[in-house]
Design a protein. Structure first.
Length: 139
């Protein structure tokens, strides 16, 4: 019962965030992209080989003007990550191969500097994000 309540609170919080993003932004931007996900493991991790896994991301972000050159840019992004790994001797009993495909809802909040004017403009931004694992599979 506690897990259902926790999941419902998470869904409610994400929905509220999305509604606020929609109503209080000057411009909304749909985003879509292609991810090449992988992992890096040290020798202590004993992963013999890892390969890139192709995935995707899609979401929305918006600009909230704070000043003429400073914007707050929140977003909501659905993103796939993962990797393909193998470990052990392929001829031995301990060899295995795994493909990991986790999916996340990411909530970035960036502070963005944009130069004023028309035509060619410069912008730079940075900020934290919260990633919540919502689904995935391992084969």
């Amino acid at each position: 019962m506690e897990t259902k309540t926790s999941n419902m609170k998470t869904v409610l919080a994400i929905s509220l965030y999305f509604l606020l993003l929609t109503f209080y932004t000057n411009a909304q931007v749909l985003k879509a992209g292609f991810n090449l996900a992988n992992i890096s493991v040290t020798n202590d991790g004993d992963v013999d080989e890892n390969k890139v896994l192709a995935s995707f991301q899609a979401g929305i972000s918006g600009d909230i003007r704070l000043t003429n050159i400073l914007y707050l840019q929140p977003g909501l992004i659905f993103s796939g990550k993962g990797s393909k790994t193998t470990e052990g001797d392929p001829n031995g009993n301990t060899w295995y191969q795994a493909t990991t495909n986790p999916f996340y809802v990411e909530i970035p909040v960036n502070l963005v500097f944009k130069t004023p004017g028309k035509g060619l403009r410069f912008f730079a931004g940075a900020g934290p994000y919260l990633g919540i694992g919502i689904a995935g599979k391992i084969k």
